[in-house]
Design a protein around this ligand. Sequence first.
Ligand code: ATP
Ligand code: MG
Length: 570
Amino acid sequence: MKSYMRMSSVYAPTLKEDPAEAELASHRLLLRAGMIRKTAAGLYSYLPLAWRSLLKIETVIREEMEAIGAQEMLVPMIVPAEIWKDSGRWDVYGPELLRLQDRHERDFVVGPTHEETFVDLVKNELRSYKQLPVTLYQIQDKFRDEMRPRFGLMRGREFIMKDAYSFDATVEGMQKSYDDQKEAYARICERCGLRALPVVADSGQIGGDTSVEYMAIAEAGEAALVYCDCGYAADVEAACVGIAFEEGPGTECERIETPCEGSIAALAAFLGISERACRKSFAIIAEDETPVLCLLPGDHELNDVKAEHAFGHYDVMNEEQMAEYGLVKGYMGPIGADKRVRVVADISLKDSQSWLVGANEAGWHIKGARPGRDFEVDEWLDLASAKEGDACPKCGAPLKSARGIEVSQVFQLGTKYSEAMGATFADENGTEKPFQMGCYGIGVSRTLAAVVEQHHDEQGIIWPVCVAPFEVEVVPLETADDLVWPAAERVAKGLAEAGIEVVVDDRKERAGVKFADADLMGFPYQVVCGKRAVKNGNVEVKDRATGERTEVALDEVVAYLTEKVVSERK
Ligand code: ATP
Ligand code: MG
């Protein structure tokens, strides 16, 4: 029979003060609630409460993997260097890769991910197309010697990952395996209580995507995203959105005095026009040394990723270079610039006929400038970073913006690893062909941190039932009272027997301390047993998420909570 836990025996050393090193809510609250402890930079111990949550996340993953026919197994964390040399990654993987030698001076790596190991595993044993498809996965610690491990579990050096690898005979087969994983990943996020967006990391040539990252929406996220209710979501770095241009004032090309500080905001305010009606200029030196002036709608930034794509490793021009090319900081524009300067403008401006640009003279701009008449644009390119309000490329509606935490990613690998490592199977005609592969990773420990980022308040964590360390906490206010303690025990026992995970705060602490700890640890429901209520045959149920308190009869509270908890388990 299932039993309940006593808080006095739970190893959860709570902290009264906020730990100074923790910037993020998840990091701070997991430390304070006694759920994680740091051993060294980026190395964390998961204490019993966190471990209970992690096991629940893993259960969700296992159920969803089983549902699509993926098989769990486990490979060694340590990988012989030879197979990393075969794949080519031994030479290209940077300092994040932890390399080590054994006593015979043989090279190994601590796996940051395990494509090589799985390819090597199936290489001589999956021989025929008849045995395909196969998807194998594991849940295991990974090690990446991150340059800046930070934010607790969010960016650790050792962390828990679920990694899966699919082997198919054909491209279509691989796409099906990929789609299955992608859909399972969406369900996993949902069941763990995460609001996440599938962000296309990479588009294939034939329309569909070949890689998607699931981004949990949270202020603390490292990625800046734009998304739309129609389902479109993208990293601002990758989004190709529609930007409606705005014309500047006037149509005749005319110099105007603009005695304002050289920023777009100041210029727009001075002229009483929108920032978008101005043109922003960025002067750079492309990788091939060409001086380039990039013109963008005034309220958009030059996108680094797109610019790298267009110009290679470019540098922002320094003042000396600007002077050499006739450009004046704060008042740059295409008119009057040196002939050697290549003028490139954002594609969104192609039909604009009246540009407000810098005059290359401090304190002056030119209005009504028209490309083709007053200056030449050498090339039109997609250069702007997407932002809120830009048009969704799928449906045209204004995009919203958010920040996201990458919790998982799915990839179509094709034959990248199988070809490099000579992993082939025999097709229908007996011809040897490399496997079509996919790989799929979920940051299990990062998912836990993301859940806390999305579910907390000033007082502490607010666990969704599905991943809560315990589902109910019973809080007797006077443990020595001969009515209160038996009542609390009865409730706890009843809940445990009904299959609810329950902990009783049996500590001889003041009510205030118990309430604060209960809110900090954040189990979804609290059953408060106070003397007066119990005397009247009642207890108080507090919903941690809403703060709502309900008086429930002692005789009914087990049924009342069992129904609630079970319906929220997912
Ligand atoms: P990031 O861009 O955040 O460094 P990544 O794209 O390199 O992550 P993947 O190789 O896609 O990571 O790994 C799969 C998953 O493992 C990620 O989606 C993330 O959830 C998790 N993960 C990656 N690096 C870390 C880390 N340092 N700490 C915790 N989880 C991580
Ligand atoms: Mg990734």
